[in-house]
Design a protein around this ligand. Structure first.
Ligand code: MG
Length: 388
C-alpha cells in the first residue's frame, strides 16, 4: 500500500502538552477528547493556572503534570507525578514521548523546545518565539528530527513543501488576516485601546498572539520563523493580507506554479496535524467553503504597521537582533496592555531598542540568548518608564 495506509495505524501517539491551560493547550485537549483512542497523554504543563491543570489531570490522567508557578497545593490529590517550580516544563519536555506540543507563550517556551530536542523528542511547535530567538542554533538541535510547525501558516507551508527539493522552490507565501485595524486610518490608531486590539476578526487565539496580530508583529515573527524552519532567504518570503483567513500559506515553485493551503480558520487543524503527523483526523472544522465566497489578497500597510518591516530587518541582520526584537516586543505588548504606552508606540519602542543594541556574540547557547534577551527587556522597560 502507499502512504494512504498510514491512516489505518492504530497505535496511540504519546503526547506531552506544554501550556495545556492556554489557547493552544485547551484546543489540543479538545482534539484528544474527540479522539481518545489516538492519544496517550504523557504530560501536561501549565504556567500558573494550577486549578485548571488539576482538572485536566483528573480528566486525562497523564503520567506527569508540571506547574511553573502558582499554587501547587491544587495538585496534591493528582495521581500524576508532579513537577513544580520554574523549569518544570523543560524537565517534563525530556520525558520519553512521541511528540512534545509546545504551546507555551513567548520567550519562556524556548528552554522547553531546547530541552525536548536535546532529549530527541519530536517537537510540534506552536511557540514561534523558540525559533525567532533560538534561530540557527535551535534548528541545528532539530537536525534529523524535524520540527512540525503548529503555527497555521507554517503548518500550511510545511504541507505544501513536503517532498520538494530546495532548487524547485522559488518562495513561500504567508498570509496575514490584517487584524482588527487593517482598514483603520493611521490617525485613529493613535488612540486604539486594548479592547479594540483584542477584537480579532477571524482567529480565536491567546492575548499575546492577538495583540501581535493587531500590530502585524505576529507576521514579522512568522517571517523569521519561516526563514529558519524552511531555510528560505528573507527576500523569498512574501506576506500578503488575506482578510478571510482561509488561505493560510503556500509555496511558489520554479515552474511558476503555487500550491496554496486552505481551510476554515481553526487552530485545531494545525494542532491535530502537529500531534498526529502525518495522519489527519476529523476535528469538526468542516469543509473549506467555496460557494459564493471571495478571496482577496492585499499588500501589507508597512508604513503604518511597522513591526513587520522591523522584523524583516532584524531577521536579515541575524545574530542577537531577532532576540532583541522579540524581547522588546514582549515588553511593549505588556506595557500596552497595562496602559503604559500607546498602540503606535509599540513599534517605536522595538525600533529604538534594536538601534541601541550592543554587539553580542554568537547566539549558540541558552546563556548567550538569555543574555541578549535580558539586556533587551531591561532596555525596553527603561524606555517605557521614560515615556510614562
Ligand atoms: Mg500564525
Amino acid at each position: 500500500m502507499n502512504e494512504l495506509s498510514r491512516t489505518s495505524q492504530t497505535t496511540p501517539r504519546r503526547v506531552t502538552i506544554l501550556g495545556s491551560t492556554g489557547s493552544i493547550g485547551t484546543q489540543a485537549l479538545d482534539v484528544v477528547r474527540a479522539h481518545p483512542d489516538r492519544f496517550e497523554l504523557v504530560g501536561l504543563s501549565a504556567s500558573n493556572n494550577a486549578k485548571m491543570l488539576e482538572k485536566q489531570a483528573h480528566e486525562f490522567s497523564p503520567k506527569y503534570v508540571a506547574l511553573e508557578n502558582g499554587d501547587a497545593d491544587f495538585l496534591r490529590n493528582c495521581d500524576a507525578e508532579t513537577l513544580v517550580g520554574p523549569g518544570s516544563a523543560s524537565e517534563l519536555a525530556k520525558a520519553p514521548t512521541d511528540t512534545v506540543l509546545n504551546g507555551v507563550v513567548g520567550f519562556a517556551g524556548l528552554a522547553a523546545t531546547v530541552s525536548a530536542l536535546e532529549a530527541e523528542n519530536r517537537v510540534a511547535l506552536a511557540n514561534k518565539e523558540s525559533i525567532v530567538a533560538g534561530g540557527e542554533w535551535v534548528m541545528s538541535l532539530a537536525e534529523g528530527n524535524p520540527t512540525i510547525p503548529v503555527d497555521s501558516e507554517h503548518s500550511a507551508i510545511f504541507q505544501c513543501i513536503e517532498g520538494r527539493t530546495e532548487s524547485e522552490i522559488s518562495g513561500v507565501l504567508l498570509t496575514a488576516s490584517g487584524g482588527p485595524f487593517f482598514e483603520t486610518e493611521k490617525a485613529k490608531l493613535a488612540d486604539a485601546g486594548v479592547e479594540d486590539a483584542l477584537a480579532h476578526p477571524t482567529w480565536s487565539m491567546g492575548v499575546k498572539n492577538t495583540l501581535d496580530s493587531a500590530t502585524m508583529m505576529n507576521k514579522g515573527l512568522e517571517v523569521i520563523e519561516a526563514h529558519h524552519l524552511f531555510g528560505i532567504p528573507f527576500d523569498k518570503i512574501k506576506v500578503v493580507v488575506h482578510r478571510q483567513s482561509v488561505v493560510h500559506g503556500g509555496v511558489m515553485f520554479e515552474d511558476g506554479a503555487t500550491i496554496l493551503h486552505a481551510s476554515t480558520p481553526s487552530m485545531k487543524l494545525p494542532i491535530s496535524y502537529g500531534m498526529l503527523y502525518p495522519e489527519r483526523v476529523d476535528v469538526s472544522v468542516g469543509a473549506t467553503p467555496f460557494d459564493g465566497v471571495s478571496w482577496t489578497f492585499d499588500e501589507p500597510r508597512n508604513d503604518v504597521f511597522r513591526c513587520l518591516p522591523l522584523a524583516y530587518e532584524a531577521g536579515r541582520l541575524g545574530g542577537a537582533y531577532p532576540v532583541v526584537l522579540n524581547a522588546a516586543n514582549e515588553v511593549a505588548i505588556e506595557a500596552f496592555l497595562e496602559g503604559g504606552i500607546k498602540f503606535l508606540a509599540v513599534a517605536d519602542l522595538i525600533e529604538t531598542t534594536l538601534e541601541a543594541a550592543p554587539e553580542f556574540g554568537a547566539m549558540e547557547s541558552m546563556e548567550s540568548i538569555s543574555e541578549a534577551d535580558s539586556w533587551a527587556r531591561n532596555e525596553a522597560k527603561r524606555k517605557v518608564k521614560e515615556v510614562r
